[in-house]
Every structure is written in structure tokens, then in C-alpha cells.
Design a protein around this ligand. Sequence first.
Ligand code: SF4
Ligand code: ZN
Length: 317
Amino acid sequence: MKCRKCNQNAVINMREHKLALCKEHFLTWIPEQTQRSIETYQMFTVEDRILVAVSGGKDSLALWEILNQLGYAADGLYIDLGIESDGGYSSRSRQFAQAFANQRGLALQTVDVRQREGASIQKAAQIARRGSEKTCSVCGLTKRHIMNQTAREGAYDVIVTGHNLDDEAAVLFGNTLNWLSGYLLRQEPVLPATETGFARKAKPLCRLYEREIAAYAFLKEIEYIHDECPYAKGANSIFYKETLNSMETARPGIKLAFYLSFLKAKREGMFASRTNAAREFHICPTCGQPTLNMDECAYCRLWNQVRTVIEEPPRKP
Ligand code: SF4
Ligand code: ZN
């Protein structure tokens, strides 16, 4: 297989794009595609200060590398969730994120959930009696809150995450199967900042396949944690990804078409009536972040409950 651009040996054949490329052209193609998404969806400009949410995995580290290569001012944020099962998942992923930043002289801010709130995500999920299968909901709530707070306090213009096309297509698939119109409404490559205090959020890799980013990380010799978070096992999102992968094998490009057709349908007004339905946000009296609750936000409620239980003296038998 030859590179479409220079006729050298190709390192990757992207059937989804009917495009084979050599190493050199593939390593310029990925940043070009990322830049195209940044411009198409007006995610940010070189004037903006960017906060990259890094997990220690390939997508977020590749994204951070690409943004710096493209000349954007991007700092990293790593949130240590305190997940120590599976051989210390959080400690190991933190080491990868830190080593990546050190090797390239990039600024990485780390927030340790155990130090900040007094318990790990696992412990918080147990105490909140949400059950082990709900660890991800506690985790998602906590990460969103810390990212937003860090962006506001650090005067960042935008938070970016490493969600790739496989992630976006799987979320879209799940939301469509269940017709979750509220989630479908909010699934966008970029969400604008709000007056109530949500920072802008963007996903510059949303049109790149996971396989393409994995190949980029490999060729760029980016070292990252290969293991998935232990709580990802058995998740619906994995099942949706596998289903979409088998469709992709039979029909290359179907994932990209599914996602882009969804975005087009939205632009053409598929959710017009819901878009106009304003959600009324209030300011949480404890942390100052926006919430739909009339009093404390879900984050403050959760972690107050956790702290109360941890600080309770043990009951006598
Ligand atoms: Fe958090 Fe669940 Fe993702 Fe693990 S799989 S990082 S617990 S959201
Ligand atoms: Zn709050």
C-alpha cells in the first residue's frame, strides 16, 4: 500500500476516508484535521487560554501534543480520582500525565480528590449509596465541577477534552436508542460559556477515529496508560462501541456519517423547539457555581454527605 501523497510505503490505511498515508504525511494530516474541526465549529483561537483535561490516556495526551504543535497556549489539568484498584489505576495514569508534561516543559495542574474532599471516588459512591455501578455518575459530576472551577479560577477561555469520534458516536448511539432528547440537545463539538458561570467546552478530536489517534500516539512515541479505568468494564458505552465497530467493519465510514448527519440535522432545526426552552440556573451558595437546584449544587450536596459520614464517630455495637 502506497501513500496517496508521496508514493512512499503507507503506515496506515484509513478505509473510512479511502486514504493511505506514510508516516510523515499521517503525522501532518492529524493536526490538520484537528485544526479543521477547531475552525469549523469555532472552538477557540490562538488568542484563547486553553485548559486540557488530561487523563493519562492516549486521546487527551495526543490532543495536548497536537494543540501545542499547532501553536495554541494549552495547560493541562489532571484530576486524581483516587481509584487504586487494578494495580493503582489513578497513581499510574497520574505518572503518565506528569511525565508527559515534564518531558515537554508543559504546565500541568493536579487536583487530588482525596486531598480536596477527604475521600476517593469509590468511597464517595459507596457512602452516597449510589451502588458500585454508579461510581461513574459520582465521577462525572466531580470531574465536571472541578474542571469548571479550575477554568474559572485560572481565567481559562475554554476547557478541551480528548473525546474522539468513537466516544461521540457511542454516546449518540446510546442517547438515540433511549431517545434522551435533553442529552441529544447538548451533544455538540463545542458548548459556549454561559452567563451563569459555565466555561466553554470543546472536543477538537471529535471527528477523528480512535484508531487514528492510537496510531498517531504510537508514531509520536507518546507514553500513556493502556488500561481502561476499572469502572469502564461492562459499561454500556463499551457495548455501543463494539456494536458500532462491527458496523464500521462492514461499512467503513458509517460512524463518521452517523455523527456528522446528526450534527447536520441539529443545524437544520431538529431540536429547535427544545433549544429555546431555557433552563433556569441558580448560583450555589456554597461554591458559587451554577446549578439547576434551588439551593446547593449536586456536587456540594454529594461531598457534604460524604464528609458527614466520614467524620461521624463509629457506632458502638
Ligand atoms: Fe470515572 Fe467511570 Fe470514567 Fe472510571 S469509567 S474515569 S469511574 S467515569
Ligand atoms: Zn456547590
